[in-house]
Design a protein around this ligand. Structure first.
Ligand code: ADP
Ligand code: MG
Length: 266
């Protein structure tokens, strides 16, 4: 049953691409403030799930509820302003812009004057810009990016770019943050930094996270709840340790031709 502490819920969410059910009747509940890990083999529908929640594609069936409201029909461009932020698999930053300016882009929907507004009302626009720049500075410190703030993002190491991607999403001040494989391509030290930042986001900002990740061990150490997708279907959900010990779920990761049976959300 949806409780008061549920921030996001999908009910029978399905998303088809032609004949492929990338998501097949997925019902999950995410509690406010938790790190909700989402794992599964390649092509299991993890990115599609984030796309469905962030509105990249309309659902073929079912619904998505955020803070008690059905948001299934809210268009993509409006989702940041209702409190949904995300990163993309692979880095989708502006390589030619500095770290600071990439983070400013993350605040675009929060700006009244707009990032590209003319100089006609310079006083007001400038004041607003200063406020946003200060918020960006806070996020730069939060993610320990001070020494990179003026650097062109395209010139930074991949691991730093990944962190900048998370920082940009945090700049949009989401109440739920969708993270798509932010640890992939990172070395061990960078993963440790990322883990620290995710916990810091959780504990100091209280942001709920749905975290899609390939590194199951990392997810099992950090996530409060873990869900497993296979062939677009939910095949396990619960505390990470329990889920990953489940025989069906083990089968998914060991790789068999036979899909595991779907489960109902707990
Ligand atoms: P994962 O992120 O778990 O690796 P995806 O969500 O990217 O998996 O993909 C799930 C399935 O949906 C795959 O079979 C993939 O080929 C298909 N798919 C994903 N996005 C699209 C798209 N835009 N058009 C067509 N098929 C897609
Ligand atoms: Mg993916």
């Amino acid at each position: 049953m949806p409780g008061a502490d549920i921030i996001l819920e999908t009910r029978g969410a399905s998303l088809h691409f032609g004949g492929i059910a990338a998501l097949d009747n997925v019902s999950i509940s995410v509690r406010k403030g938790e790190i909700f890990g989402l794992v599964g083999p390649n092509g299991a529908g993890k990115s599609t799930f984030l796309n469905a929640v962030s509105g990249v594609f309309p659902l073929s069936g079912g619904s998505v509820h955020f803070e008690g409201k059905d948001i299934s029909r809210i268009p993509l461009y409006q989702r940041p302003s209702i409190g949904i932020g995300r990163t993309f698999q692979g880095v989708e930053l502006f390589g030619e812009l500095s770290v600071q300016d990439n983070l400013m882009v993350g605040r675009h929907h929060l700006m009244k004057s707009g990032i590209l507004s003319s100089g006609l009302f310079i006083g007001k626009t400038e004041r607003e810009e200063i406020e946003h720049r200060m918020k960006v500075e806070e996020v730069i410190e939060f993610f320990e990016l001070e020494r990179y703030r003026k650097r062109r993002v395209g010139s930074l190491a991949y691991g730093i770019q990944k962190i900048v991607g998370v920082a940009r999403a945090v700049c949009s001040e989401p109440r739920i943050l969708l993270l798509d494989e932010v640890a992939s391509g990172l070395n061990r030290e960078e993963k440790e930094d990322l883990a620290r930042f995710l916990l810091r986001i959780k504990h100091t900002r209280g942001t709920t996270m749905i975290w899609v990740e390939h590194d199951i061990r990392m997810v099992s150490e950090l996530a409060d709840t873990t869900a497993v997708l296979d062939y677009g279907r939910l095949v396990g959900v619960g505390p990470a340790g329990d889920v990953l010990r489940d025989a069906n779920v083990k089968r998914v990761f060991l790789g068999t031709d036979e899909p595991a049976p779907a489960v109902a959300a707990v």
